[in-house]
Design a protein around this ligand. Structure first.
Ligand code: FCB
Length: 459
């Protein structure tokens, strides 16, 4: 294959999230989050796994950062655990919680790695969970207060601020199909949560900006939605509906001034949207400096009156059939289709021009082993399937750049194996293997491959 070079100053890095790696669930005054509660609810997470210990990154961060530096990472996207900062939600700021991120930030900077902070990666303080979580408008207001507190401590050293990670998941998996915390299955709650998450973004972005933040953005997980049959009008209608619920319900208020009419009408059939108040959309539409894109797999749909729909897309039953993934799949059962990334990036750049993009997550779970039981020998993980996945998606990203998309960087998901939400520890996304018994880290072949990509700034 031909050699590809990325633009100068292209940001190469990796991403993680607090609850997935930190552990130390009770250390230094951390309060409980909805994920602590959810993972303890029987039947919600694979084999009752929790984030109590996870990768113990809270105690091992210095070694982890040293490994990141060894691999040549230029940026590291991590999230701040709100329950460390405000253990009971609204109460006073806990300085010991901030201390950890302070140390982490300094350690990254000492190693020449740029910190990219995500303020919310799903671990809502349980205190808010008790009051309706994101269905309660107050949560959005409090989110801005929390954002201000984190900025006050780290803002002198952190340049890039992301408000939310994948509000689609928080709203639709948390309140629609109940696969994520808090595990509710209530279509009206799901749409209410969508709006309050966006409002929380708007309020936090305004607060960050007022405090002096340079680069403020949000990370979405837009779907590349495709028709099962490109000739079918019914399938095209299904694409339009799912695209509205997955993509335009977020993109339009953030980047085009407000919710699209067709999405509003769909929502109004399920819940009277009284939660959208005058002025909200204006707040949500305040300009952002960077849009984070997480991409894993495409979504194929067909328009069918007998379609079962999906509770993660409220109101799609009796209209949409979600086509089961086929072809090469990752261990998550997700389709491998790098072209979807090119399509998505181009579409966003075309429909919502003017915002620089960054791939804030992309990667794959595959079954791999390290240690004496590894088929590749002691301490080795030869994950050629992951390398192929990453290679394909980097080529797809490069293709988007060559077609004019303003793509600023690529962050692999994930730096290391971690707690994969409802799947617990059984799904491994890391380029670094974690042995959860010993907490030993072993760079996989993909980590060495990525190191090479970064040092050449290309493939
Ligand atoms: C994304 C999440 C991330 C991780 C990957 C596999 O939806 O943002 O935390 O779980 O999926």
């Amino acid at each position: 294959m031909s050699e590809l070079r990325f633009p100068e100053n292209f940001v190469w890095g990796a991403a993680t999230a607090a609850y997935q790696i930190e552990g130390a669930a009770r250390d230094d005054g951390r309060g409980p989050s909805i994920w602590d509660t959810f993972s303890r609810t029987p039947g919600k997470v694979y084999q009752g796994h929790t984030g109590d210990v996870a990768c113990d990154h809270y105690h091992r961060y210095a070694d982890d950062v040293a490994l990141m530096a060894e691999l040549g990472l230029r940026a590291y996207r991590f999230s701040v655990a709100w329950p460390r900062i405000q253990p009971d939600g609204t109460g006073p700021v806990n300085p010991r919680g901030l201390d950890f991120y302070d140390r982490l930030t300094d350690t990254l900077l000492e190693r020449g790695i740029d910190p990219i902070v995500t303020l919310y990666h799903w671990d809502l303080p349980q205190a808010f969970g008790d009051r309706g979580g994101w269905t309660n408008r107050d949560t959005a207001e409090h989110f801005a207060t929390y954002a201000t507190a984190v900025y006050a401590r780290l803002g002198d050293r952190v340049g890039t601020w992301t408000t939310l990670n994948e509000p689609w998941c928080s709203a639709y998996l948390g309140y629609g199909n109940g696969v994520h915390a808090p595990g509710e299955q209530d279509p009206a709650a799901a749409f209410t949560a969508v709006h309050h998450l966006l409002l929380g973004h708007g309020l936090a972005a305004r607060a960050l900006r007022a405090a002096g933040a340079r680069t403020v953005g949000i990370t979405l997980n837009p779907a590349d939605v495709l028709p099962a049959d490109p000739q079918s009008a019914a399938d095209a209608a299904a694409v339009r509906l799912v695209d509205g619920l997955h993509n335009r319900i977020f993109f339009d208020p953030l980047l085009a001034g407000g919710y699209p009419d067709d999405v509003r009408e769909h929502v109004a059939r399920i819940v009277e949207p009284t939660f959208i108040r005058d002025g909200d959309e204006k707040l949500i539409a305040a300009p952002i400096d960077l849009l984070g894109i997480n991409y894993y797999a495409p979504t194929y749909v067909a328009g069918r009156p007998d379609g079962a729909g999906d509770a993660a897309y409220p109101g799609t039953d009796g209209a949409v059939h979600f086509v089961p993934p086929a072809g090469p799949l990752t261990e998550m059962g997700w389709m491998i289709e790098p072209a979807g990334l090119t399509r998505l990036l181009e579409r966003i750049a075309t429909d919502y021009p003017g915002v620089p993009l960054m791939i804030t997550e992309n990667g794959a779970a595959f079954p791999d082993k390290a240690g004496s039981d590894s088929p590749d020998g002691p301490g080795q993980v030869i994950d050629t399937d992951r390398i192929a996945y990453l290679d394909g998606h980097l080529r797809a990203a490069h293709e988007a750049i060559s077609r004019g998309v303003d793509l600023r960087g690529y962050l692999v998901w994930s730096f290391m194996d971690n707690f994969e939400w409802a799947e617990g520890y059984r799904k491994r996304f890391g380029i670094v293997h974690v042995d959860y018994l010993t907490q030993r880290r072993t760079p996989k072949a993909s980590a060495r491959w990525y190191q090479e990509v970064i040092s050449r700034n290309g493939l």
